[in-house]
Each structure stands twice: as structure tokens, then as C-alpha cells.
Design a protein around this ligand. Structure first.
Ligand code: NAD
Length: 311
């Protein structure tokens, strides 16, 4: 089987490349290396089963030529990380909207089953009980650049779904909830690698907000093998499927755990969201995935706890 992985030199994409090649498949990676890196592919770089193409998913002809003749497309390329999005909202919109359109259209044109990576951010702030025009709690305000990521991913889901159902080409939308593991970088705001980097280098560990907000972290080693399985499961077609871990922890608790596991002497400090991310930034208090659909479809059960993930 030949799989095209967009964003295959990124964190999740490179683990998926490893996994598919270990299973005897051919992999074509397209990545512009904006947040990904060739180092992430070092384990498989010399494998004849890997073809790496440095390119942009906005290049419609390139995407089309790579997808033609493939057996599966995994679309993971995106502008990610709060800092990237807030600093370059236009670029993220283009990549996350038009890039996805290019990939999905190529998959449908060549009738290749495809997976599109989405995010728990499409659930918005999730605690709204009455909405005004000034309410930021769904996606955040449309007029703030932070909104571009969640909104574009929401539209990506629709593009994937509508093309898939109209053409009857299999597609699966995966909603990732804080997937973590080796190769994830803390440079773009991801909390676990950022805390680990700060702990290991002895810098203060910076908690944004009060630290009482609760999250779950899923291991990339639990999530990645589910992607090809979902794409081989007709009951999953044209659905959005949550994927993530179940061990819930506050961000302050996470900082304590990182200090304990790394034996660091770093102190834990606090910074307002607004100072970290700019004016008007808020975050939800809790984010916990219901993964029962993935369990029903393919028996998904995350097995790695937070200690195993941080180790
Ligand atoms: P990542 O930044 O490591 O991977 C994204 C990859 O896409 C990078 O290698 C980057 O260089 C590449 N890329 C960006 N723009 C591109 C373009 N225009 N053309 C070609 N390549 C481009 O991030 P990740 O955590 O591996 O995320 C993978 C996917 O999963 C993304 O779609 C992301 O939105 C989604 N996601 C991830 C998480 C998570 O917890 N890691 C959570 C929700 C959603």
C-alpha cells in the first residue's frame, strides 16, 4: 500500500510514517518543514519505502501529482500552535483552509480514501449558557486571530465530509485532544514539551492562567496506530472521531509532575493568559474527550499514562 502523509515530517506525521513503514507500506511525505523537521524522519530516512518531498500543500499541482496512484492520504499538515496562529493568522488560514481543500479535492479526484486531522478546538469553549455578540466562549471571537485555527479546522471537517459523502470516497475525520510524545516541540506553545524543556534546562516552569484548568494528554503511540485502522473501517467513514487520553490533570498538577519526574529544581511561576497570548485570550477550564466512538469502531483503549508519556 502507498500512503501520502501531508505534514509527515511533523510530530504526529513522522510517527505515522514510522508506523506505516514498519508495517511494510510505502510512504510519500509532503512537508514544507515550517514546524516539522527532517530529524523527525531520521529513523526511516534511508528506507527505500520513504519518499520525502519538501513542498507546500498550497501547491495544488504538486499535491495532485503525489496523491494520484496512492492508496491512502493522511492529511496532517497545518499551521499549528497558538503562537504560530496569533503571529501569522493569514498564513494559518491559507494553509488550514485552502491547503486542506487541495488535499481533499485531490483525494476525491483520484478516489483515494483520506483522513483529515481536526482538533478538540472545534468544541469551542464549551461552557456557554447564553450567547451575545460579544461572547468569546465558542470559538473565541471571530475578530481575534486565535479563532482562525478552530474556525478553519471546523470548515476542514465540513470540506472533508461534504466531498466524501458526495463522491462516496471513504474519509475519516480525527479530532485530536492534546496528543503528546517524543519529537513534539514546545516552541509553538504545546504545554508538555514546554514544561519538560523548562524543567530540564532549570528555567522557571511557566503556567499560563491559574493552573486549575484541567486537561487530558494522549500518547502519540496510542493514537497513531488507530489512524490506518480507522481508514480501513467502513463504519467510521464520513464521521468525526475523538482521539485522546483519559488521565485528567490540572496544569499546575502537570507542572508538579514534570518537576518530580525530571528531578528538576525549577520553580513554578504563573503568567496571565493575556500576557502569554495577547489581549482577550481565554481558555476553557476543562477538556475531557469521550472516546467511546473510537472504542466501538476499532476497540481504541489508550494504554499509556502521563508518567509513561513524560518519560
Ligand atoms: P506539527 O507542527 O508537528 O505537524 C504539522 C506539519 O505540517 C509540520 O511538519 C509542518 O512543517 C507541516 N506543514 C505546515 N504547513 C504546511 C504546508 N503549507 N505545506 C506542507 N506542510 C506543512 O504538529 P502536529 O502536532 O503533528 O499536528 C498534526 C496535525 O494534528 C495538525 O493538523 C494539527 O492541527 C492536528 N492536531 C494536533 C494536536 C496535538 O495535540 N498534537 C491536537 C489537535 C490537532
Amino acid at each position: 500500500m502507498k500512503a501520502v502523509i501531508t505534514g509527515g515530517a511533523g510530530f504526529i506525521g513522522s510517527h505515522l510514517s514510522d508506523h506505516l513503514i514498519a508495517q511494510g507500506h510505502e510512504v510519500v511525505v509532503i512537508d514544507d518543514l515550517s514546524t516539522g523537521s527532517l530529524d523527525n524522519l531520521s529513523r526511516i530516512r534511508s528506507s527505500p519505502a520513504l519518499r520525502f518531498v519538501q513542498g507546500d500543500i498550497l501547491d495544488r499541482d504538486l499535491v495532485d501529482s503525489l496523491v494520484e496512484g496512492a492508496d491512502a492520504v493522511y492529511h496532517l499538515a497545518a499551521a499549528v500552535g497558538v503562537h504560530t496562529i496569533v503571529d501569522n493568522p493569514l498564513r494559518s488560514l491559507r494553509t488550514n483552509l485552502h491547503g486542506t481543500e487541495n488535499v481533499v479535492e485531490a483525494a476525491v479526484r483520484h478516489r483515494v480514501p483520506y483522513m483529515v486531522a481536526s482538533t478538540s478546538e472545534v468544541y469551542g469553549k464549551n461552557d456557554a449558557d447564553g450567547l451575545t455578540e460579544h461572547d468569546d466562549r465558542i470559538y473565541g471571537s471571530p475578530l481575534k486571530s486565535r479563532w482562525s485555527y478552530a474556525a478553519a479546522k471546523g470548515l476542514d471537517e465540513l470540506v472533508a465530509y461534504v466531498h466524501g459523502t458526495e463522491s462516496d470516497v471513504p474519509c475519516v475525520i480525527t479530532r485530536f485532544f492534546n496528543v503528546v510524545g517524543p519529537r513534539q516541540t514546545g516552541r509553538y506553545g504545546m504545554v508538555v514539551p514546554r514544561f519538560v524543556d523548562q524543567a530540564v534546562s532549570g528555567e522557571p516552569i511557566t503556567v499560563y492562567g491559574t493552573g486549575t484548568q484541567r486537561r487530558c494528554f494522549g500518547s502519540v503511540f496510542d493514537v497513531v496506530p488507530t489512524l490506518p485502522r480507522l481508514l480501513e473501517t467502513p463504519e467510521a467513514y464520513h464521521q468525526a472521531v475523538n482521539l485522546g487520553g483519559h488521565e485528567e490533570i490540572s496544569i499546575k498538577g502537570l507542572a508538579d509532575r514534570v518537576v518530580e519526574l525530571t528531578g528538576s529544581e525549577s520553580e513554578i511561576t504563573y503568567m496571565d493568559y493575556e500576557e502569554a497570548y495577547g489581549e482577550g485570550y481565554e481558555d476553557m477550564q476543562r477538556r475531557y474527550p469521550d472516546t467511546s466512538l473510537a472504542r466501538r469502531l476499532i476497540g481504541y483503549e489508550p494504554t499509556r499514562d502521563l508518567n509513561a508519556i513524560i518519560d
